[in-house]
Design a protein around this ligand. Structure first.
Ligand code: NDP
Ligand code: MG
Length: 380
């Protein structure tokens, strides 16, 4: 059944704003909104969508927002607890998680326990705690619908799949980012400004840097392993510069099914909300003749080391992917702050992976402990 009433976590971000655009178009009710500290944007959103409750993690910003919204009936909460309260709100049937980073893990788990339908953009949730999330989803009979464009594409290509055996492999496409074709030597001194210039997508700063290092594709490989119960070796990564083919699947009979569309996140966001139905979209129509040609390449694994670091982490298993994710979150931030160079990101993440021990069983608290360790390691 498609979504009717939503809690949007991370509503002031790139995905959050585009999700609200889809809600405008589809007429869905917005019952809760959350962000970290963007009180002005949150006030505007709250006034337009009139949710029951809003939450900001930052206490000071939440106090400010409360004053701003004093003339309304909207409840204003604060802290991580406030975000989690929004995630379990009884008035919402679906939680769209577009928080950036593994801060999204706790609210995702709480929303699953409250049996909400989950539309998940926040890939770090699955990279850091995929095993916990999938186990909780199974236990509670909750479906996780992907928002990430590649995973939405794969999910769409899998509709009508006859049996488990029929799927041979997943073809995960990657734009290649702003540094496609560059050598490691050329990447040594690239600036934050260079790295933030993505050729096809307009996104938040963290994921834009992840696209430049191609860590994003490594994280997405891990995301696909959890979402579609496949082995890492059954996922082929292909660089596709135009970002028109959003991913594909190959079946046992060598038939390849792909999903295509303009690079506009409102298409996958909307599908996660309307699934299994489809409605008109605010996004534009694809004209293949106007696009003219589509190109595909093998990734340069030697220059963009993050893809194989992620493959090694998921093959090692246990908490290794959580360690890689947290190390990357910290290194990505430090690069944006001008504290480390572009190539240091992969190096730091690899070092953290090397000193993370495999452990089969783990809890949420273990993930948080690995998170602290990884961030401290990168900072020292
Ligand atoms: P943005 O940085 O644009 O937005 C992040 C949102 O999360 C903001 O609302 C922000 O609030 C909030 N936030 C930040 N830190 C925290 C925290 N610690 N706790 C709670 N909320 C927090 O990110 P994007 O929209 O680009 O990305 C969101 C997620 O979606 C990421 O996981 C990304 O990988 C994924 N994704 C994004 C795509 C895109 O096109 N942008 C495509 C595919 C996946 P505030 O404004 O107050 O800082
Ligand atoms: Mg993606």
């Amino acid at each position: 059944m498609s979504a009717k009433s939503l809690a949007i976590l991370g509503s002031t971000g790139s995905i959050g704003k585009q999700s609200l655009d889809v809600c405008r178009k589809c007429g869905y009710g917005v019952k809760a909104l959350t962000a970290y500290s963007s009180e002005k944007e949150m006030e505007n959103q709250a006034r337009e969508f009139n949710p029951e409750v809003v939450a900001l993690v930052d206490e000071k910003a939440a106090r400010e927002l409360k004053t701003r919204l004093a003339d309304t009936d909207i409840k204003v909460l604060s802290g991580v607890e406030g975000v989690c309260e929004c995630a379990v709100l009884s008035g919402a049937d679906t939680v769209l998680n577009s928080i950036v980073g593994m801060a999204g893990l706790k609210p995702t788990l709480e929303a699953i326990r409250a049996k909400k339908k989950i539309a998940l953009a926040n890939k770090e949730t699955l990279v850091a705690g995929g095993k916990l999330v999938m186990a909780e989803a199974e236990k509670n009979g909750v479906q996780i619908l992907p928002v990430d464009s590649e995973h939405s594409a794969i999910f769409q290509c899998l509709q009508g799949k006859p049996s488990n055996r029929a799927l041979k492999k997943i073809i995960l496409t990657a734009s290649g980012g702003p540094f496609f074709g560059k050598t490691a030597q050329e990447l040594k001194n690239v600036t934050v400004e260079n790295a933030l210039k993505h050729p096809n997508w307009s996104m938040g700063a963290k994921i834009t840097i992840d696209s430049a290092t191609m860590m994003n594709k490594g994280l997405e490989l891990i995301e696909a392993v959890w979402l579609f119960s496949v082995k890492p070796e059954d996922i082929e990564i292909v660089v596709h510069r135009e970002s028109i083919v959003h991913s594909a699947v190959e079946y046992d009979d060598n038939s390849v099914i792909a999903q295509l569309g303009l690079p506009d996140m409102r298409i996958p966001i909307q599908y996660a909300l309307t699934y299994p139905e489809r409605f008109e979209s605010p996004a534009g129509e694809l004209s293949l003749s106007q696009i003219g040609r589509l190109s595909f390449f093998e990734p340069d694994y030697d220059t963009f080391k993050c893809i194989n670091i992620c493959k090694n982490a998921i093959n090692k298993g246990g908490l290794c992917t959580a360690a890689v994710n947290s190390a990357n979150e910290q290194a990505n931030l430090m690069f944006r702050q001008g504290k480390i160079g572009f190539l240091d990101i992969a190096e730091k993440v690899e070092e953290v992976l090397e000193c993370t021990a495999y452990r089969d069983e783990y809890t949420f608290d273990d993930v948080m402990e690995v998170d602290r360790f990884a961030r401290e390691y990168v900072m020292r």
